[in-house]
Write a protein that binds this ligand. Sequence first.
Ligand SMILES: [Zn+2]
Length: 332
Amino acid sequence: MPPRRVIGIDAGGTKLLGGVVDETLDVHHRVHRRILGLDQSELLDALVDAVEEARTAAPDAEVVGFGIPALVRPGTGSVMVSNHLPLDGVPFRDLMSERLGLPVRVDNDSNVAMLAEHRAGVARGIGDAVLLALGTGIGGGLLLRGEIYRGWIMGGAEMGHMVVEMNGRPCQGNCPNWGCLESVASGSALVREASLAVARSPDTELGRALEEGRELTGPMITGLARDGDPVARGAIEVVGRALGVGVANLVNIFKPEVVVIGGGVSEAGDLLLDPAREVMRRRALRPGVDEVRVEAAAFGAEAGMIGAAILARERPPGFPLAAEPGSSSAVA
Ligand SMILES: [Zn+2]
């Protein structure tokens, strides 16, 4: 029988969100950690610490699922590469399982976010969907005929690294490319856009917040935009229009039924999505463009955490636990 409650951990490029999640996907206890700039050993300590905190609140939780911004081999839970965290080559599943004394499953953070939206969110019951998770970077989750697409190396669909400006700015992290969607439509791009805009119009709520010494962050910008600050709204619109170019490409290639926008930046809702939809409609080909919906993730910025919990609970084929027989010899 599957465990009643499990722990889901979503580790992004900047912060970690964890939770104790029950069978109906209600979250009972949330944990937060800032993990930006940590080295590998500090990062692993922070992950263990976050799980231990969740476990204190829910001693009955017997399995942990992780979503991490990395290319993960499902069969072994080892990290091949990570663009935003120092985890290259780490045997993540077995290492965490050993340190925690609990069974662990791990997958790419956007794959698990797509899993959550497919099981119970805006892509529920849908065969073909794409998900873009707008955080520090842009993660991609691709659902084709009801299955997460991984390619022959069993990775993920790095849709955030599609080029939308051939001679654009350098991308982030370990990406050698430039002009990637991530460089113009991520949370980092939003912060850059807002800091340029506030320099031109300092006499606004956003300008005053910076004068008070507050750090310019994505959540601060989306919060002020919702309160009507014109500079914050303008920055979100610029990012939304850039996002629309990427979405048009995905609609042309995959003909999805729904494009799901998740990650922290999606908290801006229609302030972000309306400009994205407008640009997508002008640029994408018929008939795909006539049918597709562009929707915010039903689980918002928690889609990755809830998807990690679903991964832990569901025991999907190809994701053996460290403790399960045959897992070490599983096909990577
Ligand atoms: Zn890139």
